[in-house]
Write a protein that binds this ligand. Structure first.
Ligand SMILES: [Mn+2]
Length: 367
């Protein structure tokens, strides 16, 4: 599910109003928001703010193979909490930890530590954009050893682990929930915070294109731009910069694409795959081809798109999208993955034909 944006998400889930605030008001830091409702969700927000207030040391974890929303959310929260005097570490459970080249500009990366440097029993863990326990990777056991494990996420498929859940499937990005956290902590937006949050929101909305984008999303973007950040340079880094080798890998992947008009109950499937040897030949990382799915899903003939990317050990990582009629999250769940209804992923160890066959067989209309 690495890099699966919250394309359209589910419309189900708690209605809280908690992710659509309009002002940063330090004076109201520990009070319920001006438009907050008396709900279970509001109570959890208050508990989380209280736990943060009590904690000296805080570990902020995002999902393995982090994308812009995961890392942007964790870094924004970490910078804010450091500013409030907490000892903070940011980590994710990969070894080695690789921050994608496209996210190298994110501020606060000096706060990132290897998973081995996270305490065995952290005082307080905040985890961001982690849709399932398995996405904690090497940090799974340490996260669950913490007396307080707060899950801040927007994936509808999140089973709700940890001691506190701030999971809002209506939020287009986890970064939206971090904005709400900052407001409740009385932290004013500055350019480093805004750079991280803008990266999260822009990544997971596909540059404000996906259906989960709301007036509140644009209102947040407006507040972030008002800090003076260079959104044009951020966007170029995120989407419009690649190596020449990427063009060659892309060409091969597109040439390999297959169109299956009868798949998905006749709605059509386009799929392709990228063998590891292509990446090695052109010195391209698997992170660099994260956006390939956005090209493969273009054909009007097909409802569903699938890209398989091969790791050096042969593992196939799948990214899938549908245009609104097919539940790809369910299909990916059948392969041990998950995600959003219209944007989901998985990892599989079988060969390409077998994996595509299993995916194709699991495609069902949205119920
Ligand atoms: Mn996200």
């Amino acid at each position: 599910m690495a890099g699966e944006p919250a394309a359209a998400g589910s419309t189900a889930g708690p209605t809280t109003g908690a992710s659509s605030t309009t002002t940063v008001e330090g004076a109201l830091a520990v009070l319920p928001g001006p438009r907050a409702e008396e709900s279970g969700f509001e109570l959890v927000w208050q508990q989380v703010v209280a736990e943060i207030g009590r904690a000296r040391s805080i570990d902020l974890i995002c999902h393995i193979c982090p994308d812009g929303d995961a890392l942007g959310s964790a870094l924004a929260a970490a910078l804010a909490l450091r500013g409030l005097g907490h000892e903070v570490r940011v980590s994710f459970g990969d070894d080695p930890q690789i921050v994608p080249e496209s996210l190298a500009f994110l501020p606060g990366q000096e706060l990132i530590v290897p998973a081995s440097e996270v305490p065995d029993t952290p005082e307080l863990v905040l985890c961001f954009d982690v849709a399932a326990q398995s996405r904690l990777g090497l940090l799974h056991d340490k996260a669950f050893a913490a007396p307080v494990l707060v899950v801040i996420d927007h994936h509808a498929s999140n089973p709700g682990f940890g001691t506190h859940q701030l999971i809002d499937p209506t939020a287009p990005a986890t970064a939206v929930l971090v904005d709400e956290l900052l407001r409740r902590l009385g932290v004013e937006l500055d350019q480093p915070l805004a750079t991280c949050l803008y990266t999260g929101v822009a990544t997971d909305t596909g540059s404000f294109k996906y259906r989960a984008t709301t007036p509140a999303t644009h209102e947040l973007a407006g507040r972030l731009l008002a800090t003076g950040i260079r959104h044009d340079l951020i966007s170029r880094q995120l989407w419009d910069t690649s190596s020449f080798g990427y063009l060659k890998v892309l060409a091969r992947a597109l040439d390999r694409a297959v169109y299956e008009p009868d798949a998905a109950g006749g709605l059509g499937l386009v799929w392709t795959w990228v063998p590891y040897q292509d990446l090695a030949l052109f010195s391209v990382t698997v992170e660099e081809i994260e956006g390939l799915i956005d090209i493969v899903r273009r054909p009007a003939e097909a409802e569903v798109a699938l890209v398989l990317k091969q790791d050096p050990d042969g593992t196939l990582r799948g990214s899938s999208r549908s245009k609104g009629a097919v539940d790809v999250a369910a299909a990916c769940a059948g392969l041990g993955g998950g995600g959003h209804t219209f944007a989901a992923g998985f990892s599989a160890r079988e060969d390409v034909e077998t994996v595509v066959g299993r995916f194709r067989a699991a495609l069902r209309p949205v119920s």
